[in-house]
Design a protein around this ligand. Structure first.
Ligand SMILES: *Cc1c(COP(=O)(O)O)cnc(C)c1O
Length: 396
């Protein structure tokens, strides 16, 4: 017999709660929408939103490597790495990534989000103090939270503030400083040298999440950190494979102790199926192309320089970025949605970034440049932005 409903609780509290949160989300202009991006639409939107910086996600050679990998090693890995899902493709990719970044070893994860959870969980057992840049990616924030580690946030790129926070922390606690390499919503870069020096002074480990640097920056696309900073300076290096490399997955690179500890203890590594081997083959092919065709990076960086120069003459509110991420800071959610709509109508796809991805009042268009774009398309985008700015100035 089912017991009678308890009259003191409403019949469907969870549903009511969700409905009221959804209504609030709409009211605050924070509603997020998915578009179905058909691969061959009749009127394609020009892509200024994806993180496919080198144009490798739709390169037929990368796709073919994925298909061939699936034929040779299977459509799926079938199990986690520690059971019997660790296949030759995965192992070859780990060795390749260690070599690219100049680290003794690398370990594959299924996504960057999971890599960050895995690292923080493994390093934060006990009473580790975590120090994070205010603007760090959500996965770093969530990683510390899920590890139950007290996180202190320092002002963006402010070494004095970090130094002050670390000086105050109890001396007997292990310390980890975590920072994005390239900040994903701002496009500016961490002061890795300053971070490394501050960490050495306070006996802390430094973790850099180079999701947007790998493939884009450095010799051969080694990233902001790879080959430039030693494993001693940056003991924990995270990179993702779904951005410039156009594939999927992520890795952590470092010394033997770190990689062994992650293999033994990182739950997001242990309790999940290994990525499909074809995906690893696709990433290996993308790495070949990234190294053999440096002109992709050169073209991208030429686009960035020219975009900034023109945008500056047009008086557009640029941010301090020399990376492919070129946000236009507009402030209010409404203004971002208005500009975004106008760009959409003109045939451009950009990101409309609002709270909680960025702080309130700092909403922005996230314009992303890539090596596949033609300058005429970038110029056309700038023309629309200039027109929007002009119309607003006229109206006020
Ligand atoms: C995209 C991103 C991640 C997450 O990587 P996924 O592979 O997409 O899960 C982590 N950190 C930063 C800084 C990112 O930009």
């Amino acid at each position: 017999m089912t017991p009678p409903p308890n009259p003191s609780t409403s019949p469907d509290m969870l549903k009511q709660r969700l409905e009221s949160r959804l209504a609030q989300q709409r009211e605050d202009d924070l509603w997020r929408e998915r578009l179905i991006m058909s691969p061959n639409p009749r009127a394609p939107l020009r892509d200024f939103a994806s993180n496919d910086y080198l144009g490798l996600a739709r390169d037929p050679r990368v796709a073919e490597a994925q298909a061939e990998g699936a034929r040779q090693e299977g459509a799926g890995a079938g199990a986690s790495h520690l059971v019997n899902g660790h296949l030759p493709a995965h192992h070859a990719l780990e060795e390749r990534l260690a070599e690219l970044t100049g680290r003794p070893r690398a370990l594959l994860f299924s996504t960057g989000y999971m890599a960050n959870l895995g690292v923080l969980q493994t390093l934060c057992s006990g009473d580790t103090r975590v120090f994070q840049d205010r603007l760090n990616h959500a996965s770093l924030i969530d990683g510390a939270r899920l590890a139950n580690a007290p996180s202190r946030r320092f002002h963006h790129r402010d070494m004095t503030d970090l130094d002050r926070l670390m000086s105050r922390a109890p001396r007997d606690q292990a310390r980890l400083v975590a920072s994005d390499g390239v900040f994903s919503m701002d496009g500016d870069m961490a002061d890795v040298e300053g971070l490394a020096a501050t960490c050495q002074r306070h006996g802390a480990w430094l973790m850099i999440d180079d999701a947007h640097g790998v493939g884009v920056l450095g010799e051969n696309g080694a990233g902001l950190v790879g080959q430039r900073f030693s494993t001693h300076q940056v003991p924990v290096l995270v990179g993702t494979l779904g951005k410039a490399l156009g594939s999927f997955g992520a890795f952590v690179a470092g010394d033997d102790v770190l990689i062994e500890a992650l293999t033994q203890f990182a739950r997001p590594y242990i309790y999940t199926t290994a990525q499909p081997p074809g995906v690893a083959r696709a990433t290996l092919r993308a790495l070949d192309i990234s190294e053999q065709e440096p002109e992709r990076r050169e073209r991208l960086h030429a686009h960035i320089a020219r975009f900034r120069q023109v945008a500056e003459t047009l008086g557009l509110p640029l941010m301090d970025s020399i990376t492919p991420i070129q946000p236009i800071l507009l402030g209010s959610n409404q203004r971002v949605l208005r500009w975004n709509q106008a760009l959409r109508e003109a045939g451009f796809m950009v990101g409309a970034i609002r709270h909680p991805t960025v702080p309130r009042g700092m909403a922005r268009l996230r314009i992303v440049l890539n090596a596949q774009q033609e300058w005429t398309d970038i110029q056309a985008l700038l023309d629309v932005l200039a027109e929007l700015r002009y119309r607003e100035a006229q109206a006020s």
